[in-house]
Design a protein around this ligand. Sequence first.
Ligand SMILES: [Zn+2]
Length: 191
Amino acid sequence: MPMSTDVSLPRDSEPIFPSCCCRCLAPDAEQTVRFSASRFSWWQVFFVWIWWFRKAVRHEVPCCAECRPSIRRRKWLELIVYASLLVVSLAVVMPWLKSMGASRQWQKIGVFGGAMVFGVPFFVWTVVRPQAFDMTVGDEHVEYEFANADYARMFADGNPGYCSEDLGSEDEFDDEDDDELEDVDASTELG
Ligand SMILES: [Zn+2]
C-alpha cells in the first residue's frame, strides 16, 4: 500500500532536501513548493486565538515543473477540505449543541469533534494516497512525510541523526518473512 514514508528530525535542525523532484525524482528540480505546518495540541481548541501566535515550520521543497501544479493542487485541496469540514461542522453541530444548552467550551469541542468525524473518509484517503510531501510538527521533532519512498531514503541519507520507523526495517518487502521469522522464534522459545 503506497503510504507515506516518514522521517523525523529534531525541530531545531535545518533539513537538507535532495535536489531532485520530491514526487518523480526528476533530477532537474528547478522549482519548489512552500509547505508550512505548526504544532497542534488538542488543548488549543480552547484557545483558538493562540493559533495566530504559533511558530510555523516552513520549507521550500524541490519539485520539477511538471509535478509542481499537481503538488500545489493537492496541497490546496487538503486546506479547502479541512476548512470545509469546520464550516459544515459549525453549521450542523453548533446549532444542535446550542439547542441542547451546551456551554461555549463544549460547543468548540463539538465543532472540532464533528469535523474530525465528518472527515474520516478523507483522512483515510490521505493515508492511502498521501500527498507528495507533508509535515507533522511535534514538541521536539518534525516528521517529514514523503509519498516517494526513494526520495525519503535520500532525504534520510542527507540528514544524519534522523529517526524513521519506516526506514528502520531492512526491507519493506520482507515484512511477511519477518513475521514468519518472529513466529519461528516464538515457537522455538515455547518449545
Ligand atoms: Zn517531478
